[in-house]
Design a protein around this ligand. Sequence first.
Ligand SMILES: N[C@@H](CCC(=O)N[C@@H](CS)C(=O)NCC(=O)O)C(=O)O
Length: 205
Amino acid sequence: MLTYYYSRGSSSLAAHILLIEVGARFDAVEVPISDGAHRAPDYLRINPKGRIPALQTPDGLITENAAILEYIAATHADAATVPSDAFTQAQARALCAYLGTTVHVAYAHARRGDRWANLDASLADMKARAPQNLLSCADFLEKHFVSGPWALGGKFSFCDPYLFLLDHWLTRVGASLDGFPKLSAHKAAMMARPATRQALAIYAE
Ligand SMILES: N[C@@H](CCC(=O)N[C@@H](CS)C(=O)NCC(=O)O)C(=O)O
């Protein structure tokens, strides 16, 4: 049995979609970031990073979106969300790494600048640059990475729900997927999946 620690409005949406998509049996425990629950002692005992998401498995805790997504995919092989050849698997990991280390971090500069700086002017500068940085990530993905309809071509894989977050991150900094036809089509394809709509309904509650 799995326990998924999530927070509405956070990046935990990606693996939440995948858990539903593959038909995983899991308990979902909300740790609302807006209430500071992710920094409460009870949660820090589970995940000392104090970040969301986290997935408790029979073998221990997994943190980091990329690792959680790949674990879910690997342990639900029937759903076939792990690419079948080594090159495409590496591409899936490359996309997850880029989303986690570059795109998510570009977004965090708008919302969580206090991780990196103290001065009001520094925070304001990081926040002001976030739309430009995120749009430049979208431009790279549109022109050089996403094949369509799915991130890696004709087959849905575990990195697609993660790519879906790009739309949310852009929207929250006042930008959008307008002008990115492949990424917009990817968003529409994700929205057409029942698992995406089910997860979004939980996050909208
Ligand atoms: N690299 C981590 C980032 C996790 C992360 O920063 N999550 C955010 C929510 S999207 C969080 O926990 N924020 C709370 C905070 O920074 O205090 C991952 O991919 O899982």
